[in-house]
Design a binder for this molecule. Structure first.
Ligand SMILES: CC(C)(COP(=O)(O)OP(=O)(O)OC[C@H]1O[C@@H](n2cnc3c(N)ncnc32)[C@H](O)[C@@H]1OP(=O)(O)O)[C@@H](O)C(=O)NCCC(=O)NCCS
Length: 203
């Protein structure tokens, strides 16, 4: 028997994940290791993340950890983004960190060929709505480098608010580390007051 959809958007239904108007955010699987390794191998993608991309073995280990985490928190985790023709676009995440499942962390990483089309905003909004509608989240958090202007703009457009700047120690810091990392959040009340959706144009 087919599993039930996690959630539906804009009338599009999927048995495997979240459907947005232009994407399917499907559950990650072990076989995604080469897609994710290739994504990380793009220097533009890693500019605000790390000096060097993780090895294929490290990506495989990361996927194993994500699959194990999904056993504990089935509606959270990393979702592979594909267009409706099945073309790999990147990934979105709603990850359980130290604050637990009530305060998951939003993340995203897309292939550069698909930047600038509003896809990160579309997927981020879908996951914010998913967190508050289906996962009983009390807040959704995110962090990025202060100098990662595109990522900060996406967080703004997903309804998250800047909370604070903080500084971490890195042995080999990326350019811009001196400006710190920024923490963003949206609470359940903020989400509700915004109309119960992070997307003012949701259909
Ligand atoms: C961050 C990322 C996901 C954005 O994806 P995207 O699909 O291009 O994002 P969107 O199109 O939804 O929105 C991007 C917004 O940032 C703006 N933007 C892009 N580059 C910018 C820059 N250098 N300075 C200021 N704003 C910028 C865009 O104009 C757009 O805002 P607008 O709609 O008001 O015009 C993508 O660049 C990426 O994958 N980067 C590498 C991974 C990464 O840094 N992830 C975040 C780490 S925490």
């Amino acid at each position: 028997m087919a599993s039930r959809p996690v959630v539906t958007y804009c009338g599009l239904m999927s048995p495997t994940g979240l459907a947005t108007s232009r994407m399917l955010l499907r559950r990650i699987r072990s076989a995604d290791v080469d897609l994710l390794t290739a994504l990380n191998d793009d220097p533009g993608v890693m500019r605000h993340i790390d000096r060097a991309p993780p090895s294929r073995a490290a990506v495989a280990a990361e996927i194993d950890a994500l699959l194990a985490a999904r056993e504990r928190h089935p509606g959270h985790g990393r979702f592979i983004a594909e267009d409706h023709d099945g073309v790999f676009l990147g990934w979105f995440g709603l990850i359980v960190l130290a604050d637990g499942p009530a305060a998951p962390s939003l993340g995203y990483r897309l292939r550069p060929a698909h930047w600038g089309r509003g896809l990160a905003t579309e997927g981020g909004r879908a996951l914010v709505d998913h967190a508050f509608t289906h996962l009983a989240a009390e807040r959704v958090t995110a962090e990025t480098m202060a100098v990662n202007a595109a990522s900060r703009r996406v967080l703004d457009k997903c309804g998250l608010h800047y909370v604070r700047t903080f500084h971490e120690h890195f042995d080999d810091p990326l350019p811009g580390t001196e400006h710190g990392e920024v923490w963003y959040e949206i609470t359940r009340d903020q989400w509700r007051h915004a109309g119960g959706t992070s997307n003012p144009h949701a259909c």
